[in-house]
Every structure is written in C-alpha cells, then in structure tokens.
Write a protein that binds this ligand. Structure first.
Ligand SMILES: NC(=O)c1ccc[n+]([C@@H]2O[C@H](COP(=O)([O-])OP(=O)(O)OC[C@H]3O[C@@H](n4cnc5c(N)ncnc54)[C@H](OP(=O)(O)O)[C@@H]3O)[C@@H](O)[C@H]2O)c1
Length: 185
C-alpha cells in the first residue's frame, strides 16, 4: 500500500487526507489536537488506513520520532503534503530528510501562503536528496463580481488534489495577481 504523510491534515487539508484514503493510500497525519483528529477519523472511509501523529511540528526531535514511527509501521513514505506555519523553521527540512532515508522516491507538495515568494521558499526548502521531488502549491484569492475573498477550505483541498493528480511543479489556487485586488480582511 502507498503511504502518504499529510502535515496539518486535520484542518483545511482534511478533504485531501480523506481523498488519499479513498485513493488507496495509508495516510499518516500530523496535527496536535486529538479531538479534531478523532473527528477526521470518523469521516474516513477506513480508520485502519490512518495513523494519527499527534505532535507539535516545532519540536524537532519529536517530529523525527513520529515520522520514523509512521515509516516503521506503514513503510516508506511516497507522498508528503505539507502545510506548515512559518514559525516552524526546521519542520519541512526535517520531514524531507526523514522521508528520503529509505532511498525511495517521494513527492513533496509544499502548500504556501499568498504572500510567499516561491523562489525564496524553494531555495530554503532545498530537497536534501535526489529522492525527494519538490512541488509548490500557492494559496491565492478569488476575485468575483468586483469583490475579492480568500479561498474556502474546499477550494484549497480541491486545488491541492489537482496538483497531486497533475504533478504540477507550481500551482496557484485562485489568483495572486494583481496583488492589490486581494481581500483586505
Ligand atoms: N490564501 C488563502 O485563501 C488562505 C491562506 C492561508 C490560510 N487560509 C485559511 O485560513 C484558515 C486558517 O489557517 P490555518 O493555518 O489555521 O489552517 P488549518 O489547516 O485549518 O489548520 C492548521 C493545521 O495544521 C495543524 N497544526 C497547526 N500548528 C501545528 C503545530 N505546531 N504542530 C502540528 N500541527 C499543527 C493543525 O492541527 P492542530 O491545531 O491540531 O495542531 C491543522 O491540522 C484555513 O482554514 C484557510 O481556509 C486561507
């Protein structure tokens, strides 16, 4: 069975976690809140295909331990979807290092915010080995009928699923230009 890791998989990426389960993945999910995790498990088509990793991704050692536990239990990780707040400076690099240790090829979809500089992030995210293939998904906004708004969780998950299916190196959900049209709330 293919093994996916979804970082922040109980929030706006919940639908991505559920879609991966429906599409034949064993899904390991990183988040901290046990109650939110329980809710997601209840929605899953198969609870036995989910491994909850309740860990704060700012804690480098615990993050490593939990990823390694997931690999031990469910095999090498083939796909990572990561939504990580910028306060966790080392998390993405740690995840990429740990998943590449098995020397299997792994696709890493990095979800980034609207104001992110994609090239800067890509440089910092420096995939540590030839085994990790790096993709970016940027969250934009929607401009409709002279009004703009931020993306809904559904739109975000659908965009991420499209990026995974089409293996797009860079995918922008909605738009980020012209930036002055973004919502101001
Ligand atoms: N351009 C846009 O339209 C745009 C951009 C960004 C965000 N948004 C919106 O803003 C909303 C809020 O953003 P959000 O970041 O709170 O998204 P979220 O996806 O709803 O929540 C964050 C996810 O990451 C996990 N998480 C957060 N901090 C963590 C930590 N230190 N360690 C481990 N896991 C952690 C959370 O679980 P735990 O809380 O259980 O740890 C949750 O699964 C989103 O729902 C989205 O719709 C929109």
């Amino acid at each position: 069975m293919k093994h996916a890791l979804v970082v922040g998989g109980t929030g706006m990426l919940s639908r991505v976690s559920l879609w991966l389960i429906d599409n034949g993945y064993h899904v390991s999910i990183i988040a901290r809140d046990a109650e939110r995790m329980k809710q997601l498990l209840q929605e899953a088509s198969s609870e036995s295909h989910v491994t909850p990793l309740l860990v704060d991704y700012r804690n480098n050692d615990e993050l490593k331990e939990e990823i390694n536990r997931a690999i031990k239990e469910n095999g090498n990780i083939d796909l990572v979807v990561a939504w990580i707040h910028s306060i966790a400076e080392n998390a993405l690099q740690i995840i990429a290092n740990e998943v590449s240790k098995g020397e299997n090829s792994c696709e890493l979809f990095h979800i980034v915010g609207s104001s992110s500089n994609l090239n800067e992030i890509k440089k910092k995210s420096n995939a540590p080995s030839d085994y990790v293939h790096y993709y970016q998904v940027q969250l934009g906004f929607k401009f409709e009928d002279t009004q703009s708004r931020w993306l809904t969780n559904k739109e975000i998950s659908e965009g991420v699923i499209e990026a995974i299916r089409k293996k797009k190196k860079v995918l922008i959900i909605g738009q980020i230009e012209p930036w002055e049209n973004r919502p101001h709330w």
